[in-house]
Write a protein that binds this ligand. Structure first.
Ligand code: MN
Length: 191
């Protein structure tokens, strides 16, 4: 099955100044497009020819996993933001965050710190298990909590390509700003 580049649910300049137009264009149109192209070139002739993306991520390894993981990661990433985002989650996700981390602000601080502490390239995720219990998961490179049987709810990309044009080396500042554009309705729908 051919993997398609997802369409952005907003204009490329809509997330500015948190994520600038040039970053969105390069990140979505070049980095993600390359992962999509690589994956489509690798799948033919493998057992994954008709597999869903999530299945490829869970069952592959090596270069195939790296590209499939990055397509899944970025599909989740780009669809969790909105120019009208920010604020706080509500409903059962808000209650679960309070129960797990004490408060939303405490969760934010722990999540940011995990992203800052991740050495090199990777992702920090809010994930839930099958019973709805939440955890913050640091994954190197193309990692996704789905490979551990968890459901990814929110993912911040800490590869430098995600923030270098806007924040240079200031990863912590970038992570702190991202809360302003998180579309909590989209994140809650994954929970
Ligand atoms: Mn990325």
């Amino acid at each position: 099955m051919k993997i398609e580049l997802i369409k952005l649910p907003y204009a490329t300049d809509a997330l500015s100044p948190v994520i600038g137009k040039q970053t969105v264009e390069c990140h979505h149109g070049k980095h993600l497009q390359t992962y999509v192209n690589n994956l489509n070139n690798m799948i033919p002739g493998t057992k994954f020819e008709n597999a869903a993306l999530e299945v490829i991520v869970k069952e592959s390894e090596g270069a195939l996993f790296n590209n499939a993981g990055q397509v899944l990661n970025h599909n989740l990433y780009f669809t969790q933001f909105s120019p009208n985002g920010g604020g706080k989650p509500s409903g059962k996700l808000a209650a679960a965050i309070d129960a797990s981390f004490g408060s939303f602000e405490s969760f934010q601080g722990t999540f940011e710190a995990a992203g800052v502490a991740l050495f090199g390239s990777g992702w920090v995720w809010l994930a839930s298990d099958s019973r709805g219990a939440l955890s913050i998961v640091k994954e190197p490179n193309a990692g996704n909590p789905a490979t551990s049987g968890l459901k990814p709810l929110l993912g911040f990309d800490v590869w430098e390509h995600a923030y270098y044009l806007d924040f240079q080396n200031r990863r912590a500042d970038h992570l702190k700003e991202l809360w302003r554009i998180v579309d909590w309705k989209a994140v809650e729908a994954r929970y």
